[in-house]
Design a protein around this ligand. Structure first.
Ligand SMILES: Cc1cc2nc3c(=O)[nH]c(=O)nc-3n(C[C@H](O)[C@H](O)[C@H](O)COP(=O)(O)O)c2cc1C
Length: 442
């Protein structure tokens, strides 16, 4: 359990575990601006995409969505990576997932305008805003119950819940989806976003395709085929938008499942990260397609959440210390950053070390692990944390995320996600949603 009263105690435990966590007190490094495609990100703090599952039935941001982005706008963060936004109804992860289309565009435009106005009114810099365009694939629940659309049968995921063959998407479907990603990028630009993310992470459809070794046809088997969706999606997005619109991806560089069901591992059946293919893909994105910034992440929040977001408690016995998991996320990001020094790599997983997170982010910047520091759960718990860091003040442990997992549990319960511990509104929602449910934490 997280019990560290001082950074020294945490560092000692990391040393005992033989993992390297790069802490530094130079938190002013986080205040440096960065220009990408002519757009200036005013500092190095990124709020990672955090889905609230609280849009309207037709996919518009609703009251709680607006409440969340008001807080993020006032936070001082330099980059807001707007949450998973469906591009097709059948690919929505829940019936309240936001969904961009011609009818809902005006609400997204109102929201991006509001984020900028709110930041200015709060005396904070105007953040760069990227929209995450998604198809939830295997995790699609557009009407509240699973309606999976998969790239290939995966025995690890389907042991208890088999998926029928007719749920495997066709090549034609995937070609249409790459076109839709291009259209979604154009909609995102019209809606006032600064960029679009062709989502390829956490084993949603774009991410699952990267390990579609056993799939036949144009999107399976070879490296070229497995990466076709992302490469084509990015190209379509670039063709449909202006040259200063940022086209990027949140990319799983390591899934944590063995070959032939996981990306970012060797073919020897182990689950040790092997980033050879991830680096090859990123080389193509960066050098050939001109991608200048990439948000890298690992794991699957449904099957190995300890890989994706370190926590003290998971719905299964933890196979490792959260500090080991944290170091893995950082080491993976570092390997990419060092392979491509000119690419602005965004790191993840920084919420676990609580009040020491700012020093970890600073150390990681200083030692070249990444270019921008991404925070997820911390933004739910402590939305003013960027301002605090940028003012050179220490983070308040009483406001930090405690990685209890209840924000994701709210999602699993079909409710709306937020911090159950620090935000009373979600304490109440949690009480309601968990009534009669077995108390699990995930
Ligand atoms: C409630 C919840 C919602 C999330 N929604 C998204 C999302 O929409 N898109 C995405 O790429 N990641 C999503 N994530 C993952 C986070 O962006 C982040 O990668 C993860 O929480 C680890 O970072 P942290 O340790 O700073 O929380 C979500 C995580 C949680 C807990």
């Amino acid at each position: 359990m997280f019990h560290y009263k001082s950074l020294g105690e945490l560092q000692q435990e990391a040393q005992d575990l033989k993992v390297n966590l790069p802490f530094s007190d130079k938190t002013s490094l986080l205040a440096q601006p960065l220009t990408i495609s002519g757009k200036t990100i005013p500092n190095r703090i990124v709020i990672q995409p955090m889905e609230g599952c609280d849009g309207t039935a037709d996919g518009r941001p609703d009251e709680l969505t607006i409440r969340r982005y008001d807080k993020f706008a006032q936070s001082g963060a330099g980059l807001i990576w707007f949450e998973a936004t469906a591009v097709w109804e059948e690919g929505r992860a829940n019936p309240r997932q936001v969904w961009i289309n011609d009818q809902t565009l005006d609400s997204f435009k109102a929201l991006t305008d509001r984020i900028r106005e709110t930041a200015v009114k709060a005396g904070q810099p105007v953040p760069v805003i990227i929209m995450q365009a998604t198809h939830s694939g295997r995790y699609s629940k557009p009407h509240g119950t699973p309606e999976p659309l998969i790239a290939y049968h995966n025995p690890i995921f389907e042991k208890e819940k088999p998926v029928t063959d007719d749920r495997i998407v066709s090549d034609d479907y995937l070609y249409r989806l790459t076109e839709r990603m291009g259209e979604a990028a154009a909609l995102a630009e019209k809606a006032g976003f600064d960029g679009v993310d062709i989502k390829s992470c956490h084993r949603y459809l774009g991410s699952e395709l990267l390990s579609a070794y056993t799939r036949e046809g144009d999107f399976g088997g070879s490296f070229e085929n497995r990466t076709r969706f992302l490469r084509t999606g990015i190209r379509n997005a670039q063709q449909n938008t202006s040259s200063d619109f940022i086209v990027t991806s949140r990319l799983n560089i390591y899934d944590g499942f063995p070959y032939p069901n996981g990306f970012g591992v060797g073919t020897d059946g182990s689950i040790t990260p092997d980033l050879t293919e991830a680096k090859k893909l990123i080389g193509i994105l960066h050098n050939d397609l001109g991608v200048k910034m990439l948000d890298v992440t690992i794991g699957n929040p449904y099957f190995n959440p300890h890989v994706n977001r370190p926590a003290d408690i998971q719905p299964y016995e933890l196979p490792e210390s959260p500090l080991v998991g944290l170091a893995r996320i950082l080491d993976c990001a570092k390997e990419i950053q060092q392979a491509y020094p000119g690419l602005a790599v965004i790191g993840s997983g920084l919420s676990y070390p609580r009040q020491f997170a700012d020093q970890l982010a600073a150390g990681a910047l200083e030692q070249g692990y990444f270019t921008l520091a991404g925070f997820g759960r911390m933004a739910f718990a402590y939305p003013t944390f960027p301002k605090t860091i940028l003012a050179g003040e220490p983070l308040d442990p009483r406001q930090c995320c405690i990685a209890c997992g209840k924000c994701s549990l709210l999602m699993r319960y079909g409710s709306k996600a937020g911090c159950v511990v620090r935000d009373r509104l979600y304490t109440e929602l949690f009480k309601e949603a968990s009534k009669g449910k077995t108390p699990v934490v995930c």
